[in-house]
Design a protein around this ligand. Sequence first.
Ligand code: GLV
Length: 309
Amino acid sequence: MEIVFASRHDSDPLQWVQALQAALPEHNVSLWDGEAPSGQAQVAVVWAPPAELFAREPQLTHVFNLGAGVDALLRLPDLPADITLVRMEDGGMAVQMAEYVLHYLIRESRDLGRYASLQSQACWQPQADIDRAAWPVGVMGGGVMGRRVAQACAALDYPVSVWSRSGQPVAGAQAFGQEQLSDFLANTRVLVNVLPLTAATQGILSCTLFQHLQADAYLINIARGGHLVDADLLEALENGRLRGAALDAFVQEPLPKEHPFWAHPRIQVTPHVAGASLMAMTVNQIAGKVHAMTRGEPISGVVNRARGY
Ligand code: GLV
C-alpha cells in the first residue's frame, strides 16, 4: 500500500517518513511531493496538509491526522466526503496537557509568581496558606485529554468538575452535561478548555460565559484559539472578572508580534506546546491502526464529521 506523509508545518518531515516506514515495513511510505504526486496513495498521514492533496490523490481512503483536533482538516473545501478521517487519541498529549494545567493551576493557587518579584527585592514574605476549596477547577471537554487533566487536578485534592456533551462520569470529578453549563461555571474558578473546535464551540469563551464563573477566575485555554473571543478576554481582565489567563492556542499562529496578548501582564502566552504529539507514540498508534485497517478490523478515533470531532 502507498502511504504519504504531508505536513506544511513540520521542520523535519523526513524523520516522520522514516519512523512510519520503520513501523510499517510492508507498505511504502514517502513524503508527499506536490510537484510529482503518484496519485496512488491510499493512506495519508497529515498535519495541516496542502489543500491540493485530496484532488491529486484520488485513491485515498484513510487520512490520519497527527493531532487530536481535526478542525483545520474539516475546513478544507476539497476534502472528499467518503474519506475516513482518523484523529490522534492521545500520542502522549494528555499527560503533557495535565502537566501544563497543573503548572498554571499551582502557580495561581499558591501565588508562586509573586515570589519572583519578592526575590528581586530580597523580601522574605510568605503568602497565605492554600485553601484548595477556594480553587475549584472546571474542565470543558470529557474526552481522553479532559479526563486526564481532571484526574491530575483531583489527585492533588482540588475540587474538579467536567463539562461534556454526554455528561458521562469522570473518576474524582463532578460531571455536568451539555444543558448544565451555567451550573458547571458556577462551580468553577479555574476554567480549562480542551474542547474540540466545532461550529457549536466556536467563540464559547466569551464575556457571557466569563460572567457565570466564580469571582477572580483564571482561564487556561489549551484547545484552539477559535474558542476564545480575544476582545472579551481583554475586557474581562480589565474589569476584574478574570484574574489572568494561560493561552497556548491562537486564531493566528504564530501569534502576530503586535497582538495585545504578548505584552499583557496577566496573560501567559505559550506557542502551542501544551500537548505535542510525540513521534514514537504517534507512529505506534498510527501503525497499529493501519494494521487493523488492512485486516478489515474496526479502528478507534474515526471522526464523526457531523459532530466535528
Ligand atoms: C493539537 O493542537 C492537536 O490537535 O493535537
